[in-house]
Design a protein around this ligand. Structure first.
Ligand SMILES: Cc1cc2nc3c(=O)[nH]c(=O)nc-3n(C[C@H](O)[C@H](O)[C@H](O)COP(=O)(O)OP(=O)(O)OC[C@H]3O[C@@H](n4cnc5c(N)ncnc54)[C@H](O)[C@@H]3O)c2cc1C
Length: 340
């Protein structure tokens, strides 16, 4: 599908990208975001939604997921689209315009702001080769609706927040929930771990610490598996358990991927920019964790400032009659304000 041409296309719906989308609207240009993940928020959504952040200006403390909600609300003011589930894989340039490509779609654009953070995330897969053929047929690494697992025997692999959050959320929906983890140390919130441990004590769930997946079995023969073999990592003893579904919750891997081939100057996995957030390729700016410059700090607060700089530069480059300096939002007609 070919999407309509926008003035600015932002790669990444992390905090820098979401603020850039708002800012582009404030500067009265058309814009869109394209992100590989199914949810906006970048690292805040994928890695620490339930953690408090204390160093975002104006918020004495804010849950990461609540900051994302506020950024979304602010960005939605100008009704510009956020295209989720689209990893940018290619870039074309012709007649002074760009086209960003994903596997299925094309996003024509006059300018680009790369706010790709530490790269496109994808769920980390189970390392055991026996699991590979079952992905999509009983092993799922993205959970959207707990009701999909109604009445099923679910095995969750992992020891972080996602593992315990889903283990507790599936209680009362799944027929049985088992959690399998390679150690007895958990990275999850203590209260959720305690809640799940109480379920285990009450016989409503099972926990296998110091265990990993050893095999996936169909009994006797069938399209879906019915049993798993777990291996104790220290003693190597095996245990067979009944299971219909495995949900690996092993975190995410990230990859800057095709952006590395766009002729930009890279420093490790980051894009070198100057103080104008210019990447060295005309029409392409960068903001947020993906940037490298002397004194760079990988912080949300810094990403906001970089996003504003990048948008203001892009606007002036596309429309020289528009000044770089945006003026004050408290005086802007776009918000229904009058000049003092
Ligand atoms: C556990 C943890 C705690 C933290 N706590 C704090 C804190 O307290 N305070 C603070 O200031 N910072 C904190 N940080 C850092 C902060 O989260 C980052 O600085 C911030 O997320 C960077 O925002 P960003 O928008 O640049 O990138 P990201 O949040 O990384 O978002 C980038 C987005 O780009 C997308 N993307 C990348 N490549 C592609 C592609 N090819 N196609 C499509 N989409 C793509 C990704 O899917 C992702 O959604 C923390 C980080 C972690 C991991």
């Amino acid at each position: 599908m070919d999407h309509p041409t926008k003035d600015i296309t932002i790669i990444g719906a992390g905090p820098a990208g979401l603020f850039a989308l708002f800012y582009a609207g404030m500067r009265e240009t058309s814009a869109q975001i394209v992100d590989a993940l199914q949810e906006p928020g970048g690292q805040l959504t994928a890695l620490y939604p339930e953690k408090y952040i204390f160093d975002v200006a104006g918020y004495p403390q804010v849950l990461a997921k609540d900051l994302v909600k506020a950024l979304r609300e602010q960005a939605s003011r100008f009704r510009e689209p956020i295209h989720l589930g689209h990893a940018i894989t290619g870039l074309e340039e012709a007649d002074g315009h760009f086209v960003l490509r994903t596997e299925r779609d094309r996003f024509p654009t006059k300018s680009i702001i790369i706010a790709a953070g530490i790269g496109a995330f994808s769920p980390r897969r189970l390392p055991q080769p026996c699991a590979t053929p079952w992905y999509g047929r009983g092993i799922y690494d993205v959970v959207t609706d707990p009701q999909d697992y109604k009445g099923q025997r679910v095995v969750i692999v992992g020891g972080g927040d996602s593992a315990f959050d889903w283990a507790t959320q599936l209680r009362g929906v799944a027929a049985h929930v088992s959690l399998v983890h390679r150690s007895d140390k958990f990275r999850a919130h203590g209260a959720t771990v305690t809640q799940f441990e109480e379920d285990v004590k009450a016989g409503r769930a099972s926990m296998f610490t110091f265990h990993e997946l050893a095999d996936v079995l169909c009994k006797p023969v069938g399209e879906r598996f019915t049993h798993l073999i777990l291996k104790q990592v220290k003693t190597k003893e095996t245990t067979e358990i009944e299971a219909d579904v495995v949900l690996p919750m092993l975190g995410f891997v990230s990859d800057i991927g095709p952006l590395a081939d766009w002729g930009l100057t890279l420093q490790k996995h980051e894009i070198v920019v100057n103080q104008l957030m210019e990447t060295g390729r005309a029409g392409i700016w960068a903001a947020g964790d993906v940037t490298a410059y002397p004194g760079k700090l990988k912080l949300i607060a810094c990403g906001f400032g970089e996003a504003a700089t990048a948008v203001n530069q892009a606007v002036h480059w596309m429309y020289p009659e528009k000044k770089v300096a945006p003026g004050h939002s408290s005086n802007m007609g776009v918000f229904g304000q009058k000049d003092d």
